[in-house]
Design a protein around this ligand. Structure first.
Ligand SMILES: [Zn+2]
Length: 358
């Protein structure tokens, strides 16, 4: 991965974006992609849309969701301890003992998640599942009055943001789900615009969208897709890897880090578009992993497919270990394979290509 792309990825991972609070990360996306797009804009819902070749007659929407799971402050007690609820699907069992960051109007306030020490627990308490309502954030203040000077009810919270490089090609970070997806769709747009720069015209108008609020129900994909009214949509999200303990290939399929994005088949996807993408992968010798999704998916691909009178939809999954923990792990090569695969697949589309299943 080149230096500039890597910096963009790390900037995404280091910028907080709990669902509903995505404005800062959209500024990061804009500053990177602006020079490769013909136009960029934010919509009223907060989705960021970059367009290459707006005169094309075939509208293609790419979607990666920029929002991340998090927490929200619900109560501050007299001693200054801060209580919270979740934004999206937090796993309570990994929360105790975490470093967190509260994103206030005046900047970041650092905190830790407090927990009853194991020594002080009763035998019954030790065997119990962790509940978020039994946890609190400690920001190191003397009392509630002091806490209220720094933080407010409704402030969003994330795990402490950071990127841990692991081995030669891998990183661990909170919210690889789905900042890697935003990265991939923007890189695809950059590559596509470089590919068409020498041609006078191309049939495709490509829209790369950094969608908001996916973690609470694909809300940004729904509104942005309605607005763009695309013929074709490709979402990029993370896909559970099965090459680590705790994930069984016989249950979730064989998905390996470094072996390319997953390309699932199933009701959520247009078979002809999936075929077009997998054939492009074979022709261009880009690694991918066949995958499956027997039902609708919980991704932006779902919202896109059933927008208006239907959109020919596909999904690329970036293999991801430890989803929805603080240490989501991905292989950087999979991001590059995915971006190239989308760029070539889109470049090979034309107004003559039909996606009506028959
Ligand atoms: Zn996701």
């Amino acid at each position: 991965m080149n230096k500039q792309s890597r910096k963009f990825l790390y900037d995404l991972l280091l910028t907080p974006s709990p669902s509903g609070f995505e404005a800062p990360i959209q500024r990061v996306v804009k500053s990177y992609i602006n020079k490769y797009a013909d136009n960029v804009r934010l919509d009223v819902h907060g989705n960021f849309i970059a367009c290459a070749n707006p005169k094309g007659t075939v509208r293609v929407m790419l979607a990666g969701h920029c929002d991340q799971i998090g927490m929200m402050i619900t109560h501050i007690d007299d001693r200054g301890f801060i209580y919270f609820n979740q934004i999206g699907g937090i796993d309570p069992s990994v929360v105790p003992g975490s470093y967190v960051q509260i994103h206030t109007a005046r900047g970041v306030v650092e905190g830790v998640i407090g927990y009853k020490p194991v020594h002080l627990m009763t035998a019954e308490e030790r065997g119990k599942k962790t509940e978020l309502k039994k946890l609190w954030i400690d920001i190191g203040v003397a009392d509630g009055k002091e806490a209220n000077k720094y933080v407010s009810i409704g402030d969003p919270v994330t795990y402490k943001l950071g990127v841990q490089e692991l081995g030669e090609n891998r990183i661990g970070a909170p919210a690889c789900d789905d900042k890697v997806g935003v990265f991939v769709v923007m890189e695809s747009l950059r590559m596509f615009s470089e590919m068409i720069s020498k041609r006078r015209r191309h049939d495709v108008a490509l829209y790369a969208v950094s969608t908001v609020q996916e973690e609470i129900g694909q809300r940004g994909a729904r509104t942005s897709c309605f607005g763009l009214d695309p013929h074709i949509g490709i979402a990029v999200d993370v896909s559970h890897a099965s090459d680590n303990p705790g994930a069984e290939a016989r249950e979730i399929g064989s998905v390996k880090l470094g072996s390319g994005p997953t390309v699932p088949r199933g009701a959520n996807f247009n078979h002809l578009l999936v075929k077009h993408i997998t054939e492009t992968a074979k022709n261009k010798r880009i690694k991918y992993q066949p995958h499956f999704a027997p039902n609708g998916t919980g991704t932006d691909a779902n919202a896109i497919q059933i927008s208006r009178s239907g959109v020919a939809t596909a999904l690329l999954g970036i293999p991801n270990r430890y989803m929805h923990t603080q240490v989501e792990l991905v292989d950087l090569r999979d991001l590059e394979y995915a971006a190239r695969l989308i760029a070539f697949s889109v470049f090979d589309l034309s107004a003559h290509k039909r996606f009506i299943p028959s």
